[in-house]
Design a protein around this ligand. Sequence first.
Ligand SMILES: [Zn+2]
Ligand SMILES: [Zn+2]
Length: 322
Amino acid sequence: MTSSHLLSRRSFLTAISLTTASLALPSRRLFAQTDASGAPSPFIANYRKQAADVKVRTVPLRRNVSALFVYGGNMAVLPGKDGKVIIDSGVSTSQSQIAASLTAISADPITHLINTHWHFDHTDGNQWMHAAGATILAHKNTQSRLSTPQYMEIIDTHFAPAPAAAVPTDTFLDSKTLHLNGETLHLGHYAPAHTDTDIFIYFEHADVLHIADTWFNGFYPLIDLSSGGNINGMVAAADRSLAMASPKTIIVPGHGPIGDKAKLSEYRDMLAAIRDNVAALKKQGHTLEETIAAKPTASFDAKWGGGSMTPSAFTTLVYKSL
Ligand SMILES: [Zn+2]
Ligand SMILES: [Zn+2]
């Protein structure tokens, strides 16, 4: 792991680490909301500030598909004669680093941007990529959420509608297939999991599967309950991804290092086991506080609890979504 990747991951975790405090103290408002003038909340402003000087790391995957590790959600790029097809746009303040990394891959213009879901760390660069020539494609719910005011409870942050140029204009509901640059891309919508906007992108010939924030590889995932996410959907999304993958498939998570079917399977089993533990406690009538005290994640914490979704924060998300 390179130092830039470590920095990127650590910064990401730092950026969302405050959210665990807000989960532990649900009545306390750690983040001011967007003010009447529409100025960004401190959370958004800080995230953009952190992203301004972070290095981007390009990792060739297979055939001509590469991953870009940025400050924000993991990106992917498919260059070629039809122009670059890009998965997610990172944070707006990383524009110069991302643009330089894309140019280093090839001179092809940017023609297609696909958003995996509506979250800021995957869509904040939409505006500049659209200005550079990209048509933006996403699930219909991503278009809806980006074009209307949103509230993310987990970070107590309001999001104003994105500028018109940043909103996807090409949308689908269940699935869509694209033939570009000699590759076939299969896009599909997951039932609500991390949000209600999540899609996967499968590059058939390269056998690369980008599954967005349905997978945080190596740590407990953030589940955005206020955007329709829930733990049962996270398990179902992992099952659906596993059914699409072979042992050779390269799987790109929304956050964390590149993985494969074995790693995703381990993550899926962790999610299901914790879901079952929390569900049993809740069914017995235990309150959230009692459920946290019972440590339903204990046997997984050493491996998965090192991120900003602490055991108690993750337990809270699972409990609330059951
Ligand atoms: Zn993300
Ligand atoms: Zn997300």
